[in-house]
Design a protein around this ligand. Structure first.
Ligand SMILES: [Zn+2]
Length: 373
């Protein structure tokens, strides 16, 4: 199935659309769901290929695009995208210095999008590949974060990823690593990702019990993306997920929507990704507004901005124009993200206050632009 992002349900003149984009660019933003491997600049492939002497199948940024980005004719299939783009970029994970560069550039790009709080996730297993140890992966990424912190006022934290398709012993090693780094500032949680349709959560129950018992790390689980509402229920009830990556298919079962609302589970929806991976047929069908109106703590993230050629600015713009959110609902989604951050209470309160004051101040300008004339 091919997809389209072209639709623009709230018809704006191009002048008003530009003004809206400029206003959105000024808003402080929160990104709870961004993968490091999905946030790599295309030019960096060429720079690292020259530095480390590996070959690429193209000589220009445009020609490399089909290897590093979802294209209009790429099937809307998560497994296909993960195998294609995910596998190709492993050539970059060659040294701690290379990982430091990728991390630094990701934070720099986030700063340019107006992101003030960023939780980045990655699988130590994928980043280590055949050539690096977990320690080298962490060293490279934390070095990139340290350098970015000196330059940019973006609070950035890390989520260590477990992959559904990896064996249990490897996942146990990652849990040990995460627990050994918990409380050291930048590692704040764990994520479970990978093809949920192919691998239910059964084997992860004991590992997540260990994390919950320890209590220092947040838990987020990709669910309700490639599989149905039961996958969201399992993530909450069996794995103790406080947040769900995507969760869009929860909308298909009102009992699961109720469960998520009652337990105050945060849904990290990523509208552009959700359409391009086939989790939602079209942007107009995205359930974000429905979740918010049902009192669910839904949020907006970009998932893999370089794979999907997106930014959080573009996501917010589409939320207001195509997904049918009012400005107050956009504010609610960002406030939900502040409250869902895996940060100490005092820091979350500060983040919420910063968001509320900026969004209250911006509201009159947004109302003026979004009111039909
Ligand atoms: Zn994701």
């Amino acid at each position: 199935m091919r997809n389209t992002l072209q639709s623009d349900a709230r018809k704006l003149s191009s002048e008003r659309a530009q003004r809206l984009q400029a206003l959105i660019a000024q808003l402080p933003k929160i990104e709870l769901h961004r993968h490091l491997p999905g946030s790599i600049r295309t030019q960096t492939f060429f720079d690292l290929a020259a530095e480390y002497g590996f070959k690429l199948p193209a000589h220009t940024v445009d020609d490399l695009r089909p290897y590093v980005q979802v294209m209009p004719d790429t099937p809307a299939d998560l497994g296909h995208i993960l195998r294609g783009l995910g596998d190709f970029q492993r050539c970059l994970f060659v040294s701690p210095t290379a990982l430091s560069r990728l991390t630094f550039e990701m934070v720099e790009d986030a700063y340019r999008e107006g992101i003030i709080y960023l939780e980045v996730r990655f699988s130590p297993l994928t980043m280590a590949g055949e050539s690096l140890t977990f320690q080298e992966v962490m060293q490279g990424i934390r070095d990139g974060l340290d350098r970015a912190r000196e330059r940019y006022p973006v609070r950035t934290t890390l989520l260590l990823g477990l992959t559904r398709t990896a064996n249990v012993e490897t996942c146990a090693r990652i849990v040990d690593l995460a627990l050994s780094l918990a409380g050291q500032g930048d590692v704040v949680g764990v994520d479970l990702s990978g093809d949920e349709a192919a691998s239910p959560p059964g084997v992860f129950v004991d590992l997540f019990d260990q994390i919950r018992t320890d209590g220092r790390l947040g838990i987020t689980v990709h669910a309700g993306e490639a599989a149905g509402p039961q996958s969201v229920r399992d993530a909450v009830e069996l794995l103790g997920a406080q947040r769900i990556g995507h969760g869009v298919r929860a909308i298909l079962d009102s009992d699961v929507v109720q469960l998520v609302r009652e337990r105050k589970v945060v849904l990290e929806t990523c509208p552009i990704s959700n359409v391009l991976t086939g989790a939602v047929p079209r942007l107009e069908d995205h359930p974000l507004a429905q979740f918010l109106r049902a009192g669910v703590a839904a949020t907006i993230s970009s998932d893999d901005p370089s794979w999907f050629d997106s930014t959080l600015n573009k996501e917010y713009y589409l939320a207001l124009t195509t997904l049918g959110l009012s400005f107050e609902e956009l504010h609610q989604a960002v406030a939900n993200a502040a409250r869902g951050a895996f940060l100490p209470d005092a820091e979350r309160a500060q983040l919420s206050a910063a968001i509320d004051s900026a969004y209250h101040a911006a509201a009159p300008q947004f109302h003026q632009l979004l009111t039909p004339q």
